[in-house]
Design a protein around this ligand. Structure first.
Ligand SMILES: Nc1ncnc2c1ncn2[C@@H]1O[C@H](COP(=O)(O)OP(=O)(O)OP(=O)(O)O)[C@@H](O)[C@H]1O
Length: 312
């Protein structure tokens, strides 16, 4: 099956080729799918968006959007897509209404013609329609930017970190709106540095330093976590990470909020099962004087999977 967005070994380098921002990345997004690019700053997400939106030329590989080639067919693509860049997509000195009207005019259409598509989102903005975009809250700005990216009824929507710097309530609302676009059949490629947003996509690509770590549904990625994950907490917490890292039972260990997350080594130590290792570790740490010790089996999050894949 031919995907709606197809990347085939797409590559972007900067400088004299020494910075590989996007390194032979391949993936395919189906029509109507909500697909997430998940990765920290510098992973290469923005470069991918800019190449797909025909604002940046690839240095290698190919990519197409709805069958149009990003190099040869850039005009068709520009008419066909909606693009919400991470920053500065709005005119700060124009009002809410004026921004929307402007984007409609650029695409040779009117707000009235496509109002039904943005209605659910725009009603939340309507009370502020006279306000300068620059004076809106972060969450409101993002809603307006989404409306502006949708106003010409694009078939494919590119959203580059739409929730960065937005409060958690607005982030939730924003994802609800994205889910609502499913019924319109719009293909959505969205990026985020927030691992907890990964589960809101149907499929995700985890990215780091220009490379894909894995591509799958969030559930499947979690199912593929290698080993059993445990959360460990004890008092005092300060030296515990180092102690765990040195422990021969422990395979991996990293700090995660108020806990440390660990996996045990695969090979059995003196024929001990994982449960026994948990017990052994508990006893060892108790002997070392740790108090209020807690070791519990947990389900990995996407962030745990990311860290595991990164260190593979
Ligand atoms: N114009 C440029 N010149 C030189 N290096 C660049 C340029 N644009 C991006 N880079 C580098 O390429 C790499 C990928 O950047 P990119 O912006 O695509 O990543 P990102 O995942 O979107 O991160 P961010 O959230 O910071 O934008 C980074 O190391 C970045 O410093």
């Amino acid at each position: 099956m031919m995907g709606d967005i197809v990347l085939n070994r797409l590559t972007k380098t900067y400088g004299k080729g020494e910075i590989k921002a996007v390194d032979e990345v391949s993936f395919s997004v189906e029509k109507g799918e909500r697909f997430g690019l998940i990765g920290p700053d510098g992973a290469g997400k923005t470069s991918i968006f800019r190449m797909l939106a025909t604002l940046l030329l690839p240095d290698g590989g190919t990519a197409s959007v709805s069958g149009y080639d990003v190099v040869g067919d850039f005009r068709q693509i520009r008419r066909h897509i909606g693009y919400m860049p991470g920053k500065f997509s709005l005119y700060q000195d124009l009002s809410v209404e004026e921004n929307l009207g402007f984007f409609a005019t650029v695409f040779n259409t009117s707000v009235r013609q496509n109002y039904d598509l943005i209605k659910d989102i725009y009603v939340q903005l309507a009370p502020f329609k006279q306000r300068r975009a620059g004076a809106l809250s972060g969450g409101m700005k993002q809603k307006l930017a989404l409306c502006c990216a949708l106003i010409h009824r694009p078939k494919v929507l590119f959203l580059d970190e739409p929730t960065t710097g937005v409060d958690s309530v607005s982030r939730k609302e924003f994802w609800e709106m994205l889910k609502g676009l499913k019924k319109e059949g719009i293909t959505v490629l969205v990026s985020t540095p927030y691992m907890d947003e990964a589960s809101l996509c149907e499929r995700i690509a985890l990215m780091q330093s220009g490379e894909m770590l894995t591509i799958d549904s969030p559930d499947e990625i979690i199912r593929n976590f290698k080993g059993d994950l445990y959360a460990v907490r004890a008092f005092p917490m300060s030296q515990l990470l180092g102690v765990l890292k040195k422990n021969p039972l422990v395979a991996s260990c990293f700090s995660f909020g108020e806990y440390h997350h660990i996996t045990f080594k695969d090979e059995s130590v003196d024929g001990q099962s994982v449960t026994m290792k948990e017990l052994l570790l508990f006893n060892e740490l108790t002997d070392q004087g740790y108090e209020e010790l807690e070791i519990k089996r947990i389900t990995p999050t996407i962030e745990d999977c990311f860290i595991q894949l990164m260190n593979r």
